[in-house]
Design a binder for this molecule. Sequence first.
Ligand SMILES: Nc1nc2c(ncn2[C@@H]2O[C@H](COP(=O)(O)OP(=O)(O)OP(=O)(O)O)[C@@H](O)[C@H]2O)c(=O)[nH]1
Ligand SMILES: [Mg+2]
Length: 305
Amino acid sequence: MQPDINTLHQQIRAGNVAAIARGITIVENELNGYEDLLLSLNDNSRARVVGITGPPGAGKSTLVNALLHHWLQENKKIAVIAVDPSSPFNYGAILGDRIRMSEFYTNDNIFIRSLASRGALGGLSSKIIEVADVVKEAPFDLVVVETVGVGQSEVEIAGLADCTVVTLVPEAGDDVQTLKAGIMEIANIFAVNKADRDGAEGLYRNLRIMAHEKANGEQEIPVLKTIATNGTGVPELARHITDFLEVQEAIPDKRLHLLTEKCWQLIQAQRMKGLNQEELSKQLAKSIGEPGFNLYAFTKNYLLK
Ligand SMILES: Nc1nc2c(ncn2[C@@H]2O[C@H](COP(=O)(O)OP(=O)(O)OP(=O)(O)O)[C@@H](O)[C@H]2O)c(=O)[nH]1
Ligand SMILES: [Mg+2]
């Protein structure tokens, strides 16, 4: 290992904030020492990862903010990784996140970092996995990862988090039938946020029914009401997260399952490395007019290059 990466690793383990930030930057941008740093990580670190996901504007950052206040009172050390949505219409919200959480920037027990999802080389989920693993190396009690649940990203967060909280809001209506398929599978806890708004009760009730039906006699997924803006329901949410993590520790195959999910994502990213859709399109454009063009022959040749 490069001596400077070795030193950096030691500093991260000691909880040095500048070193953690540097480590994230190295991993995020795949700078010199990137692989060495990942290879030095200790997989038995104690920090657990809590994923907070849900639709844009559901109040995820506000909820994280409220949870931070709660956990600070319990003297916990928490890291937050907020994955910035890449779409430009969310710029306002990103700025909002920064302002909302800025009160914690000088707090020694809280570490906050935004990750840009736009430029992630080789896939966002593998990048979040790597960054979260670097952060876990430092002596935090919890690492919170906030992601916007659009497309497949809730499913991805579930593969890396020890506990996934799905945040829903009444604005989307209370018809749980329209919830994206898969959400029931990934949620360990549902938070009906903006419970001060009309329709929250209906959404809450319908989710409870759905959780009950799905449980089929087994443990039901907890459904909680929160008002992130004033902290209502936040201590209960924090307690459910802690309880869930404790129960998970005791399940023998849980760790293997999670590691398999993570490994799968990392392999996928490795295999896709160097592939770029724009470049692919350019090559295709060149070949498409050739006589006898065949997509399968093109694909085979492309992969051999
Ligand atoms: N009435 C009400 N408003 C809330 C509540 N929680 C959050 N908000 C407001 O909802 C808006 C969006 O909150 P954010 O915390 O930025 O939501 P987010 O899910 O992090 O948004 P993105 O990261 O952009 O997806 C803000 O104006 C919050 O003040 C709540 O419980 N009740
Ligand atoms: Mg947010």
